[in-house]
Design a protein around this ligand. Structure first.
Ligand code: GAF
Length: 393
């Protein structure tokens, strides 16, 4: 997973990218735009199975200062990486631009593929979304650039279509076979809400999430075990789900009703496939339950669902790693009501529902457990449901 961000906060403000823009280009930007990273409260590896997800956008975001260029090319400066890359119309071919700049070129490519005319531009990017931590730093980059270029070029692209184009960049230009979760969250989330997304119909609904009112907060803890989507395991899980759906004769695992799960499992050829299917089908059911408890104003009842989701990811979908399991276990022992890994897996972040004001205590307990086990130090913050992609100035 590559992003423009190395997780520093001072480069992700309108002032910082504006000043860097003036230094690079010699004039003011035409505007400043931003798009956030996300945590997924629940609903992991359900998106590409046509199922349900419940993410919220974080305060951490990618910020872009930009202005049109007259020569029809794109020049992009990443403040985090201290690198400037340029590309032109001939580079709008998957594979031509690599590394972090591929997420920018891929967005231009996706817009052009969809029939839009995209103006050349100078863009300066800063990010405080931790990179490689499972918080969608890539989607934040794609969605920030997309929002910028749509505005700069005067295009009409509906919010859901923006998310779909950003996903197309990730799938077809960058080559990561992900679902719609991350780009939908970065584009469509609203402050103080989680986003319920039905990944088949693409219907969405804002779900108010007032954790403070319930005396709670959501700790986001980065185990600093980096993960990657482009290679291996993520694609393997996706293939396994598609094969299982084919064996069961359904378009996607979303079509296996949870109350018919046992009968469906009996029809599968091996234990591994049975475990994969059990995760996806029960995870979809947990998302629906999570939406119901949030709707009922009972966020404390999310806790057992987070716990069950983690066990399912650990034992059935087999996408957790020892640092992540240790973090979840320690967080619970230190007072979290419930905890789970969030994101694609094989490293990255956990989330934990903790009593308000106790995130540091829980984070420190995990840090001590990591030190004792010989792991590097984790980092953490309180996740607050924030706004999706938008123009800042
Ligand atoms: C990653 C992917 F990008 C998402 O599409 C989703 O599948 C997630 O892993 C797992 O829920 O973030």
């Amino acid at each position: 997973m590559v992003s423009a961000g190395a997780g520093t906060t001072d480069v992700a403000t309108a002032e910082a990218v504006g000043a860097a823009f003036r230094q690079l280009v010699g004039s003011d930007p035409a505007g400043v735009w931003a798009a956030p990273g996300r945590v997924n409260l629940i609903g992991e590896h359900t998106d590409y199975n046509d199922g349900f997800v419940l993410p919220f956008a974080l305060e951490q975001q990618v910020v872009v200062a930009a202005a049109p260029r007259t020569d029809g090319t794109w020049r992009v400066r990443s403040l985090n990486r201290r690198q400037t890359e340029s590309f032109g119309p001939d580079d709008l071919v998957p594979g031509r631009v690599e590394g972090w700049a591929a997420y920018v070129a891929g967005v231009v490519w996706a817009l052009v593929e969809a029939g839009h005319t995209v103006e050349g531009a100078d863009l300066v990017l800063g990010s405080d979304v931790p990179s490689g931590a499972g918080l969608s730093s890539s989607a934040a980059l794609e969605c920030a650039v997309l929002t910028t270029l749509v505005d700069l070029s005067g295009l009409e692209v509906a919010p859901l279509d923006r998310a779909r184009l950003a996903r197309r960049c990730e799938n077809e230009y960058v080559g990561a076979p992900t679902g719609l979760l991350d780009q939908a969250a970065s584009t469509l989330c609203e402050a103080d809400n989680a986003l319920f997304l039905d990944c088949r119909s693409a219907d969405t609904r804002q779900v108010p999430l007032d954790l403070a009112d319930a005396g709670l907060e959501l700790l986001v803890l980065d185990t600093k075990t980096p993960h990657s989507h482009v290679t291996g395991e993520y694609g393997d899980r996706r293939r396994s789900c598609e094969e299982a759906a084919a064996v069961l004769g359904v378009p996607a695992l979303r079509d296996v009703p949870v109350d018919e799960l046992d009968a469906a499992l009996e029809r599968l050829p091996d234990d591994e496939m049975r475990r994969r299917v059990r995760h996806v089908v029960t995870e979809d059911a947990r998302v629906l339950e999570a939406v119901a408890v949030a709707d009922a104003g009972r966020p404390a009842d999310l806790a057992p669902l987070l716990d069950a989701s983690h066990v399912s990811m650990r034992d059935d979908f087999e996408i957790t790693v020892p640092t992540v399991d240790l973090a979840v276990e320690t967080a619970r022992k230190a007072g979290a009501h419930g905890a789970r890994m969030t994101g694609g897996g094989f490293g990255g972040c956990i989330i934990a529902l903790v009593p308000a004001g106790r995130s540091d205590e829980v984070g420190e307990a995990v840090a001590a457990a990591f030190a004792e086990a010989g792991h590097g130090a984790p980092a953490w913050f309180v996740g607050r449901p924030s706004a999706g992609a938008r123009r800042l100035s």
